[in-house]
Design a protein. Structure first.
Ligand code: ADP
Length: 190
């Protein structure tokens, strides 16, 4: 199984194994760096597929602070927009949690401000930035659920995990949180 969908009221939270650059949502989120430069990982992949005009637009934005988010067009990507957000480099300090939650929340706020109804996220900070996946999944999922409960105008949020191992961690976190909130019955299989 590589796809799960949960209802958060009317909106859906989707967990999927895949490639962020292939997602057909209004916006995809880039796990960017402070310079908004192409770099490696998700960011390198997004810039490669979007083409050089994305970097031309990014250059004009004056970078992005950790936890904040900026919007560009998607150019050659299937997504119309890219939301660039910068997660924390993992340090083990309490500020990591705040910065990671801010990265998710500010990305969703930017989507809301631009009437973007579907967003795909990668697992921010868990690659080159070294954030442990279990801890990061708890922040990602709880921030997304809280946001969708408050702002159901966003119809779909996809968490796009790059491999089965990360997918399994995110599924277990999502199930645990949704059961706790009474949004999922413990006996439900998916
Ligand atoms: P960060 O610098 O924020 O840690 P990375 O881009 O290094 O971001 O990685 C974030 C996560 O995204 C990692 O789990 C990595 O395996 C995953 N990843 C890398 N490429 C892709 C892709 N094309 N689609 C989805 N996830 C990806």
């Amino acid at each position: 199984m590589d796809y799960l969908e949960y209802k958060i009221g009317v909106p859906r939270l989707i967990l999927i194994i895949g490639d962020i650059t292939k997602q057909v949502t209004y916006a995809i989120v880039n796990a960017a760096n402070n310079e908004l430069a192409p770099g490696g990982g998700v960011s390198g992949a997004i810039h490669r597929v979007a083409g050089p005009l994305l970097w031309e637009e990014c250059k004009k934005l004056g970078g992005c602070l950790t936890g904040e988010a900026k919007l560009t067009k998607g150019y050659n990507l299937p997504a119309k927009f890219v939301i660039h957000t910068v997660g924390p480099v993992y340090s083990g300090k309490p500020k990591d949690k705040v910065n990671l939650a801010n990265a998710y929340r500010n990305s969703l706020e930017l989507a809301l401000d631009h009437n973007i109804k579907s967003v795909s996220f990668p697992s921010i900070s868990t690659g080159i930035y070294g954030y442990p996946v279990k801890e990061a999944s708890e922040i990602a999922i709880s921030t997304i659920i809280e946001f969708l409960e408050e702002y159901p105008k966003i119809e779909r949020v996809r968490m796009v995990l790059h491999n089965m191992e990360d997918f399994t961690v995110y599924v277990s976190t999502a199930r645990g949180m949704l059961i706790k909130k009474g949004l999922l019955k413990p006996e439900t299989l998916v």
